[in-house]
Design a protein around this ligand. Structure first.
Ligand code: RIB
Length: 336
């Protein structure tokens, strides 16, 4: 049976509040000798504060939650790791919950997690939740605790949010292909997501700046998973494209598989740029150029927003839009 603060007080011959003050390094009128004795007893019994009991007093659980769409996507899992590191440094535990990119899961998880007394929530909404925007906004507004929208946000909805500039990221990717002489550039996007629609806009802006007419035959849909990248390649390789911008690295890997099956080498015979910069160390045979949305920076900004909100519930809502960075490696060749 775990030792309690009462057991320590009894053994040390002091009050429970005296033990609590000493173990929490709070100021109190207890001799140094007695403090040492209390700490020694606690250490000997491997005493750990009962957080549930403690939260009844402090009204804080010191627990936060992060709802994300796909824990198997390295972009999200590496972001979760950075956010957890940040929370631990602030003395919080982080509960990580996977919504499988489903609105219904977003809704249920928000309700169930906030009912368990967490102090705050980070959420990357499901792509599906863009079809239920007003309903999910209602769920967020009903939360009794602070929250931060991360990576995928509702643009007109005022709340604490942090994301990378999706339109600019896609523009940088396509501009890099154009600087290497490519004009017939494929595009794989997930327009079920706001981020995907903005990336398609960035693709179109780069074409327009070079006076290249947008050709819808060069655009294929994906769902951010490997298989959809493979399917998109099957469709786009029927056209005369010489390069492709694929709007996440999971789909870029699927695209690459199809290129290899067609006997096309990268960058010698085909050029490819991905997004997230999350998978290049794992892709054999090519160093993928990709748009980075640094999870460390994104995680730190998200934590900064939530910790500020936890300290000041009345502070004005803040939106942070970060600049993406093109990480040039070796998957884009020059057109002769
Ligand atoms: O890889 C998943 C994609 O969806 C990322 O680009 C991220 O922006 C998320 O919204």
């Amino acid at each position: 049976m775990a030792v309690t603060i009462k057991d320590i007080a009894k053994e040390a011959g002091v009050s429970v509040s005296a033990v609590s003050l000493v173990l929490n390094n709070r100021p109190c009128r207890i001799s140094e000798e007695k403090r040492k004795q209390i700490r020694e007893i606690a250490q000997r019994h491997h005493y750990a504060p009962n957080q549930a009991a403690r939260s009844l007093v402090t009204k804080e659980s010191r627990m936060l939650a992060f709802i994300l769409p796909d824990i198997e996507n390295v972009f999200f899992s590496s972001l979760a790791k950075r956010i957890e590191d940040c929370c631990r440094r602030e003395g919080y535990m982080l509960l990580i919950a996977n919504s499988n990119d489903q609105y219904e899961q977003d809704k249920v998880l928000l309700r169930n997690i906030s009912a368990r007394g967490v102090d705050g929530i980070f959420i990357i909404v499901s792509n599906e939740s863009y079809r239920y925007k007003s309903k999910l906004i209602q769920e967020l507004q009903n939360l009794p605790i602070p929250y931060v929208m991360v990576d995928r946000v509702y643009e007109q909805f005022v709340c604490d949010k942090v994301l990378y500039d999706n339109e600019q990221g896609a523009y940088l990717a396509v501009q890099h292909l154009q600087e290497n002489g490519h004009t017939r550039i494929g595009c794989v996007v997930n327009t079920a997501s706001n981020n995907g629609r903005l990336r398609l806009q960035g693709y179109k802006r780069a074409l327009k700046e070079k006076g290249i007419k947008f050709d819808p035959r060069y655009v294929a849909q994906g769902d951010y998973h490997f298989e959809s990248g493979y399917q998109a390649a099957q469709e786009l390789l029927k056209t005369d494209i010489t390069a492709a911008f694929v709007s996440n690295d999971m789909m870029a890997m699927g695209f690459l598989k199809k290129l290899y099956e067609c006997g096309l080498t990268v960058p010698q015979q085909f050029s490819l740029v991905g997004y997230d910069n999350s998978l290049s160390p794992f892709i054999l045979g090519v160093d993928l150029t990709s748009v980075a949305q640094d999870p460390q920076r994104l995680g730190e900004e998200a934590c900064q927003l939530l910790f500020t909100r936890l300290k000041d519930s009345q502070a004005p809502a803040k939106m942070v839009c970060l600049p993406p960075q093109l990480i040039v490696r070796n998957s884009v060749g020059k057109m002769e």
